[in-house]
Design a protein around this ligand. Structure first.
Ligand code: URP
Ligand code: ZN
Ligand code: ZN
Length: 472
C-alpha cells in the first residue's frame, strides 16, 4: 500500500522545507505539497523532522579479535543501527589467506541471512602481491568498490608504503576508493614493548603507546602517496588536530583526499582511559585531548572532514556476566580479557546506534553543526563518497524510501536502556538528549516505531556498488 508522510519538515544536506512524501513500494515516488493519493495510508507528521536514513561508512560486525569476536553480529548490530536512525551500514571484510572473493564469500555467509538494514562491504588489503592485484581488479564484479589499507598493526594488517602506493594506483585504474588507517606502526611496536617491559599495562598506556604524531605524519604520508599516485584517498577515524591540519593542507593543494571522524573522537579524551572502567574507551586509534576534540569539530564545520562514521566494534566490558538480549542471556568475552594488560584488551567500542541521537543534541542543538550539515555528514556525504547516492542518503523521487522521522522535542536520558547494541555498556550513559528517532523506514517498511522493533532478521539487502569515486 502506498504511504503518504504528511506535513513533516524535510531536512536534506542542502535545504529544509515542508513537503509531503509519497512512498510506493520500496521507493520515494514523489515530494509535494498537499499530496492526495486515493487509497494511500496517511501518516501525519506535524512538528516532526524527516531525514534520509543514516549511512554509517564504518562498522565491524562479528569481527574476530584477540580470541573473541565483536559482540554485535550482522543482525544485532544492524538492528541497533536502525534504532538510532541508520539504515545503511558499510562493514569491513578481513582478507584471509586465499583469494579476496573467498573472504567476501565468508562475509556474505555471515551477513546475508542476518542483515536487518541495507549494507555494503569494504575489504582490507593486508598484503600486496600479484594475486592481490588481480583480486582488486575483480572487486567491481563483487559490487565492492572500496579498500582499506593500514600503516599500523605490524605483522597483521600493515602494508608498507610501497604496498599502499601500489594499492592506490590499482584502485585508481579500477575506479575504487582507498581508505587508510593512519598511525605509525613501527613507533607503536617500540613504545608498546617498552611499556610492557616497564610494567605500564593499565588502559591509559594504550593511548600513550599510540601517539598523535604518528597519526599526523601518517595522514600526510597517505596524502603524499595519493598525490603521487593521482588517486583518491579517504582517511578513516580521524582523531587528532594535526590530522585535520594536514588534511586541509593536502586538500588546499588539490590532493583528492577526504576524511571521516567518529563520535568518540569528538567527545572523549585520553583522560577517560584513567577511569577504573577505562577499558571501555579503548579503541584504535585512541582518543586524544580536548584541543583535538575542538579541532575535529572545526574540521567538520569548515568542510575539511566530510563524514561522521562510528567504527562500531563493540565488546562487553565484562563478558563473564550475561546481559538479557531479546529475552535470552548472552555473554561474549570482552574487555576483561585484558584486565591486567592493555595489549590484550580487544580494541573497539559500541557506537552505531548512538551516532545520530548524540550528534543531534550535542552537535546541532549545541550550535556546532547546522541541521543540513548533520544530514550531510551522517547520510548524504557517505552515500556519495561510497557510490550509494542517490539510492541512499537522499529524499528524492526514485531514492530508496529509507526515512527517519525525528521527534525534535523528545527528551530522554540515554544509555544502554535505549541503545540496542548487544553489549553491557554505553559510552554516553546518562547523557540528556533532546530529539530522537520516532519512526524508521527501510525501503518503505516501517522497521522501528517509538523504540519498538518491527523489523526482522534477513530483511537487509547487500548493495552492489559501481566503480567511480565522487570527490567531496
Ligand atoms: O579499535 C578499533 N577501531 N577496532 C577496529 C579496527 C580498526 O582499525 O578500525
Ligand atoms: Zn582502522
Ligand atoms: Zn575500523
Amino acid at each position: 500500500m502506498a504511504i503518504v508522510l504528511k506535513s513533516g519538515t524535510l531536512v536534506t544536506a542542502s535545504e529544509t522545507f515542508q513537503a509531503d512524501i509519497l512512498i510506493e513500494g520500496e521507493k520515494i515516488r514523489m515530494l509535494g505539497k498537499n499530496l492526495e493519493v486515493p487509497g494511500a495510508k496517511v501518516i501525519d507528521l506535524p512538528g516532526r523532522l524527516v531525514f534520509p536514513g543514516g549511512v554509517d561508512p564504518h562498522t565491524h560486525f562479528a569481527l574476530p579479535m584477540f580470541g573473541t569476536v565483536s559482540s554485535d553480529d550482522h543482525y544485532t548490530g544492524h538492528k541497533a543501527a536502525a534504532f538510532g536512525g541508520t539504515t545503511t551500514v558499510m562493514d569491513f571484510v578481513p582478507h584471509e589467506p586465499g583469494q579476496m572473493s573467498a573472504s567476501l564469500a565468508v562475509w556474505h555467509a555471515k551477513a546475508d541471512p542476518m542483515a536487518a538494514v541495507d549494507f555494503g562491504f569494504h575489504i582490507n588489503v593486508q598484503r600486496m602481491n600479484e594475486q592481490v592485484e588481480a583480486d582488486i581488479a575483480r572487486l567491481p564484479e563483487e559490487g565492492v568498490t572500496s579498500l582499506k589499507v593500514f600503516s599500523a598493526y605490524n605483522g597483521r594488517l600493515r602494508l608498507d608504503d610501497g604496498g599502499i602506493f601500489r594499492t592506490l594506483r590499482l584502485a585508481k585504474d579500477h575506479g575504487l576508493l582507498v581508505m587508510m588507517h593512519a598511525e605509525n606502526g613501527d613507533v607503536i611496536e617500540q613504545l608498546t614493548a617498552e611499556a610492557v617491559a616497564a610494567g605500564k599495562t593499565s588502559p591509559e598506556w594504550h593511548a600513550r603507546t599510540r601517539p598523535a604524531w604518528g597519526a599526523v605524519e601518517a595522514v600526510l604520508r597517505g596524502a603524499a602517496l595519493a598525490a603521487q599516485a593521482s588517486a583518491p584517498l579517504y582517511i578513516v577515524h580521524m582523531n587528532a588536530a594535526g590530522e585535520v591540519d594536514l588534511l586541509d593542507y593536502a586538500r588546499q593543494r588539490g590532493v583528492p583526499v577526504m576524511g571521516e571522524t567518529c563520535p568518540q573522537y569528538l567527545f572523549f579524551t585520553e583522560e577517560h582511559l584513567r577511569r577504573p572502567d577505562g577499558a571501555k574507551w579503548i579503541c584504535s586509534p585512541p582518543m586524544r585531548t580536548t584541543a583535538d576534540n575542538q579541532r575535529l569539530w572545526q574540521g567538520l564545520a569548515n568542510g575539511i572532514i566530510q563524514t561522521i562514521g562510528t567504527d562500531h566494534c563493540p565488546f562487553f566490558f565484562d563478558g563473564s556476566k550475561p546481559i538479557i538480549y531479546e529475552g535470552k542471556p548472552v555473554a561474549i568475552p570482552g574487555k576483561e580479557l585484558g584486565r591486567d594488560d592493555f595489549t590484550k584488551i580487544p580494541n573497539g567500542l559500541p557506537a552505531v546506534g548512538d551516532r545520530l541521537p548524540i550528534l543531534w543534541t550535542y552537535g546541532v542543538r549545541a550550535g556546532r553543526l547546522s541541521a543540513n550539515d548533520f544530514v550531510a555528514l551522517v547520510s548524504t556525504n557517505p552515500a556519495k563518497i561510497f557510490g550509494l547516492y542517490p539510492q541512499k542518503g537522499a529524499l528524492l523521487p526514485g531514492s530508496d524510501a529509507d526515512i527517519v522521522v525525528w521527534d525534535p522535542e523528545r527528551r530522554i536520558q540515554y544509555g544502554v536502556a535505549h541503545a540496542q547494541h548487544r553489549t553491557d555498556y554505553n559510552l554516553f550513559e546518562g547523557w540528556e538528549l533532546v530529539g530522537y528517532p520516532e519512526k524508521v523506514f527501510l525501503r518503505g517498511q516501517l522497521i522501528v516505531e517509538n523504540e519498538q522493533w518491527l523489523g526482522k532478521v534477513g530483511q537487509g539487502r547487500f548493495i552492489k556498488r559501481k566503480p567511480g569515486v565522487q570527490l567531496l
